[in-house]
Design a protein. Structure first.
Length: 636
């Protein structure tokens, strides 16, 4: 019974956090390294037809499958197929006629062997008992097939631990040499066309059950620092988008607060393990205990993490990849605020188009509005829901028979919930727009200039680390500048109750969100670079209005706009704890076209006073927006 319960817990842990409809920006996922990321090259002697992974079996029993390693967990969340995530050189898979995968990591590999698996002819070698399988390394294999690296491939690398365990690192120079070999592999891939990389900084080998508490602990830990210092220095020089995963800091945070991450804070997490292999078996949760539970422990054996450790690493890496999918939506929040502001001014202009105030008189208006936006998942952007509420007011002065000019002011509050863990982002915007309108019999036009200040007062990016929910907080400022113009022609006479007016439109807007740093230097905290987003649109549309009764008129508008600034956004980033290694990842891609529909009604309470109500709908591939507004207008 206890085995069944632990099995259920383990299987649940493997499935937590897998998104059903997540962004998929990477065309492939290729892994190099050692046992920490080996997806299964060797035969599992206890389960026929299965391959071995260097983590716990899900319930600890000989007949259970192995838990998944971080490379598999991240790959699944990126939408990579199970075939691609499988081992590259597995004799077991080859014997069963299964296709080779793109995980070239092999348990026991040193950094020189990892490099050979990338660059060497006959460089990928798996020795499994009496069976040996050899094939060309990744780059020679591609070349032999006449293929090249797809630039949207994500490479995932880990290595260096076996250089310690096989006594190839006994001094700082050897530690640096080992780090250089791992970095050389990254450079070889980059020169062959690789663009995106995630590279592990080496976990603290001194804090493993095999070494912790022995006289070697301090010596090995210090050499690990030397290894990582050299690795980070080299990675910072690679001309690619390289993420240096600060695994040592992540695991130190887990050890500092074990219970928050699903571990048992009352147990010796670095001095005991689950299986008892090359370490002291944990008395409470070990495989032979009365309550075996590998999910409560950090290590399965002397050096390899349990599924809990692997999930911590997978969640950590994925949170970095997912960050730009959310944060690149910040300019779109500003876009939404500007749209609502401009639409309020247009609704005011439309409602009074046939009955401007007299020449030399003023008109004042005030309106409240609300808009609901739904951002749909893109290849490199998260889904999200946004609520935007605004208060607008202003006035206009009629210059002469054809012209009137005015100004509108809008105060808006926008809140966005986005991503798999419902991150919360808030924007307060303050917009000012002078405008001018022209109306001469059938021909009409309007021109609006807008400028605004953006205050992102609360940016809360939420993520999961195994069972822990973590929030990284920041704030930023920004600005918006825009121009919008329309020219139309009324088809019927002014005395006709029905008016139809085709129009063309032009808009140009620039949004800027200042760079900002999330607070602190936790492993997951990120600094984001400044974002600049331009929008250049041309549009066509049709306005219609009908004077239903003397005081009541109805209006409708349909429009289509073509976006000419639709390049995918790329967001510069770096980890606060590894600020020398900087990278740019893909984010939101603006829609190339946008459709809109507007409905309105105006009721004149007197010759001077009227009220308006409006509904607006915007439709594009990535967004759906519904807006409502109510306003009042007074001539004086």
């Amino acid at each position: 019974m206890k085995k069944a319960l632990v099995s259920l817990v383990g299987i649940s842990a493997l499935s937590v956090g897998v998104a059903c409809a997540a962004p998929k920006p990477y065309s492939g996922f290729v892994v190099f390294g050692d046992s920490l990321v080996d997806a299964g090259q060797f035969e599992d002697t206890s389960v026929p037809g299965q391959t071995k992974r260097f983590t716990n079996r899900v319930d600890g029993s000989p007949g259970a499958v192995y838990g998944k390693v971080s490379s598999m967990l991240i790959g699944e969340r990126l939408g990579i197929s199970s075939t691609q995530l499988a081992g590259s050189t597995s004799p077991v898979r080859a014997g069963e006629g299964q296709a080779d995968g793109d995980n070239w990591a092999v348990g026991g590999y040193r950094t020189d062997q990892i490099y050979d698996s990338i660059t060497g002819v006959a460089g990928s070698v798996v020795v499994d008992g009496s069976t040996t399988r050899t094939r060309d390394g990744y780059l020679p294999s591609l070349q032999a097939q006449g293929h090249s690296i797809d630039p949207n491939t994500l490479f995932y690398l880990s290595g260096g631990g076996n250089d310690f365990l096989q006594f190839l690192i006994t001094n700082p120079q050897q530690a640096a040499d080992s780090a250089n070999r791992l970095a050389d592999g990254v450079e070889a891939l980059q020169k062959a066309g690789g663009r995106y990389f995630m590279v592990w900084m080496l976990p603290d080998v001194g804090l493993t059950p095999a070494i912790s508490g022995t006289p070697l602990q301090g010596f090995v830990s210090a050499l690990g620092v030397d290894f990582n210092t050299q690795l980070v220095q080299r990675l910072a020089q690679v001309n690619a988008e390289v993420i240096a995963l600060n695994i040592p800091k992540l695991l130190s945070e887990g050890l500092a607060n074990p219970s928050a991450f699903g571990l048992d804070a009352n147990e010796n997490l670095v001095g005991t393990c689950f299986s008892g292999d090359d370490c002291t078996e944990n008395l409470k949760y070990g495989i032979n205990s009365a309550t075996p539970d590998p999910t409560k422990l950090l290590f399965d054996d002397g050096v390899h993490p349990t599924i809990t450790g692997q999930r911590l690493i997978a969640d950590y890496g994925y949170s970095i990849l997912a960050a730009p999918w959310e944060v690149s939506l910040l300019p779109e929040m500003a876009r939404s605020s500007l749209n609502q502001h401009q639409k309020t001014l247009q609704n005011h202009a439309l409602s009074g188009q046939s009955s401007w105030q007299a020449t030399g008189q003023w008109n004042s208006f005030a309106a409240v509005s609300g808009e609901r936006s739904n951002y749909r998942t893109q290849k490199s952007s998260s889904d999200g829901d946004s609520n935007n509420y605004g208060l607008s007011f202003g006035g206009s002065y009629r210059l002469d028979e054809q012209w009137r000019a005015g100004v509108g002011i809008s105060l808006q509050e926008n809140s966005l919930t986005a991503g798999a863990h419902d991150s919360k982002y808030r924007l307060n915007s303050y917009l000012l727009s002078p405008f001018i309108q022209y109306n001469n019999q059938a021909l009409w036009g309007d021109l609006t200039l807008s400028a605004g200040r953006l205050d992102y007062a609360s940016l809360h990016r939420k993520l999961a680390l195994n069972t822990a929910a973590r929030t990284e907080k920041g704030d930023a400022d920004g600005s918006v500048l825009a121009v919008h113009a329309r020219v139309g022609y009324q088809l019927f006479s002014a005395q006709d109750p029905l008016q139809l007016s085709p129009f063309v439109s032009m808009s140009h807007a620039r949004f800027k969100v200042d760079g900002y740093a999330e607070k602190g230097d936790r492993s997951t905290a990120i600094t984001f670079s400044e974002q600049k987003r331009s929008s250049k649109r041309l549009g066509v549309g049709l306005l219609a209005s009908y004077q239903l009764t003397a005081p009541l008129s109805l209006s409708a508008e349909i429009g289509y706009e073509k976006e000419f600034a639709d390049d995918q956004q790329k967001l510069g980033m770096y980890l606060n704890s590894v600020d020398s290694v900087r990278f740019r990842l893909q984010g939101y891609e603006p829609d190339s076209s946008v459709g809109s529909l507007g409905l309105g009604a105006t009721y004149k309470l007197s010759d001077a006073l009227s009220v308006q109500g409006n509904y607006n709908y915007t439709h594009a591939d990535s967004i759906r927006q519904h807006g409502l507004g109510v306003g009042v207008s007074l001539n004086w």
